[in-house]
Design a protein around this ligand. Structure first.
Ligand code: CMX
Length: 432
């Protein structure tokens, strides 16, 4: 058994035993109550699932196994670069321990060896019109790789329940390893005439991804390392994570579970917001006829957007109640690596202008920027201007969290998800 799998087996066996004993003793203890508002309000805040890899505090933001983003920037191995390697975050999320550089190097090598995307997937993508939205290509490509699912094959062969976690681990490792090639293929076929760039085996997972996209600036390598680290997980209740979890709970294979999650990420209130932000900024600059709008001009444009009944993309959050630490990490990156970029400056001005306006509406619970408010400006700076691709980048990173969580869900033997729904008739009979 490989060293990561062995460690995961030990950790998950231990937790499973502890949970079993706890449930036997206190299984009937109440965790939460549900109000009518939550019933009709997207189940906000209802505690109804277990997610081991990260937890989100409304004020502090995300913590991966207890570590904040600034702490991870200090603690995770950085390899040849200056930012944490996502391999390290995956290791941490899967087994709860900060890995050494040597362990991260082992994982980089594992993913390198598992990185080949099946030829039929690439041919299937090439058969789609080149202007197919990149997220549609991404979801289709992921689903098509189910053909190679080890979980699906072993289930078919009669695998025991006790082995599910093992097969999911293998699929998770293969899927994560393949995503940079899959995403880069989509990018290059959609926007660069199908001129693909071979992988560079000397690079880590994120830097190789940057390389295959077509930019070998070491700072872009660092951006992709940071980007794929901070977008990886946001506890379990967000739409892409929860969808992956739900689909996986039916024992649909990890490729299909992740394709489901990516369909959720493709919505503009979730991951697609990163494309919507930059589109909104470009439209604003065009409407105002300047690259350097004043705060007053931005405020006016914000009011116009709201008056049309639209949201300000990149602002607000279902859980967070402070500026998203993932936004702040990207701002810090820009301050350190990028000087005098007009779009970055606009993002920072919007950060000053939008919160008081949203606060003034009296209904927005979180007027602060989320992760999507900043990412597009950084990508534009490094030449990735085709914003319909941005959510694919988010998705490549999100695989790390949701696949680690899939391993845990199957190792813990979590059952098929099946919450109870009620009709409005029932609500009025009981509360009307
Ligand atoms: N601009 C304008 N209005 C907003 C707003 C924004 N950025 N954020 C929230 N509101 C509005 C809501 O639309 C809602 O209005 P109605 O009562 O008229 O329907 C009201 O404020 C209350 O909403 P909320 O409780 O504050 O927010 P929710 O938990 O319902 O929704 C979110 C959260 C993220 C969907 C919402 O803030 C939003 O639409 N933001 C813009 C899209 C975005 O950036 N999404 C990305 C989130 C991060 C991610 O998942 O990637």
């Amino acid at each position: 058994m490989d060293p990561l799998k062995q460690l995961f087996f030990e950790k998950s066996s231990d937790l499973s035993a502890r949970v079993k004993a706890l449930l036997k003793e206190k299984g009937g203890a109440k965790v939460d109550e549900v109000s009518l508002k939550q019933l009709y309000g997207g189940a906000r805040g209802v505690k109804m699932m277990v997610w081991e890899t990260s937890a989100l505090d409304p004020y502090e933001g995300i913590r991966f196994r207890g570590y904040s983003i600034p702490q991870l920037r200090e603690l995770l191995p950085k390899g040849q670069g200056k930012e944490p390697l996502p391999e390290g975050l995956f290791w941490l999320m899967l087994v709860g321990e900060v890995p050494t550089q040597e362990q991260v190097d082992w994982l980089s090598e594992q993913w390198r060896q598992r990185a080949e995307v099946p030829d039929y997937t690439l041919r299937m993508l090439d058969a789609l019109p080149a202007d197919t939205h990149p997220m549609v290509q991404f979801v289709s490509g992921i689903a098509s790789m189910s053909n190679s699912s080890i979980f699906a094959r072993r289930y078919d062969e009669g695998m025991s329940k006790t082995e599910y976690w093992d097969a999911v681990y293998e699929d998770a490792m293969n899927l994560i390893a393949r995503l940079p090639r899959l995403a880069a293929w989509i990018y290059r076929r959609s926007f660069h005439g199908g001129k693909h760039i071979p992988a560079d085996p000397s690079l880590d997972w994120a830097a190789n991804f940057a390389h295959m996209l077509g930019n070998d600036d070491p700072d872009f390598y660092n951006l992709m390392r940071l980007y794929t680290t901070i977008h990886a997980d946001h506890e379990g209740g967000n739409a892409s994570a929860h969808t992956t979890h739900l689909v996986g709970s039916t024992l649909s294979n990890p490729y299909l579970a992740f394709a489901g999650g990516m369909s959720a990420l493709a919505g503009p209130l979730h991951g697609l917001a990163n494309q919507e932000v930059i589109k909104w900024i470009f439209n604003m600059l065009e409407a105002l006829g300047t690259q350097t709008p004043t705060k007053e001009q931005i405020a006016e444009y914000v009011h116009q957007t709201l008056a049309k009944g639209q949201v300000i993309p990149g602002y607000g959050h279902a859980v967070l109640r402070r500026p998203d630490p993932r936004f702040m990490a990207q701002k810090r990156f820009a301050e350190e690596y990028i000087k005098d970029d007009p779009i970055v400056e606009v993002v920072w001005k919007i950060f000053e202008v939008v919160p008081p306006i949203l606060q003034g509406l009296g209904k927005v619970k979180n007027p602060w920027p989320n992760v999507d408010a900043h990412s597009g400006a950084l990508l534009v700076h490094y030449g990735i201007t085709e914003y319909s691709f941005y959510t694919v980048l988010f998705g490549v990173s999100r695989a790390l969290g949701v696949m680690a969580a899939q391993c845990w869900a199957r190792a813990m033997g979590l059952p098929i998800e099946r919450p109870k729904s009620v009709t409005s008739e029932w609500v009025f009979e009981n509360f009307g």
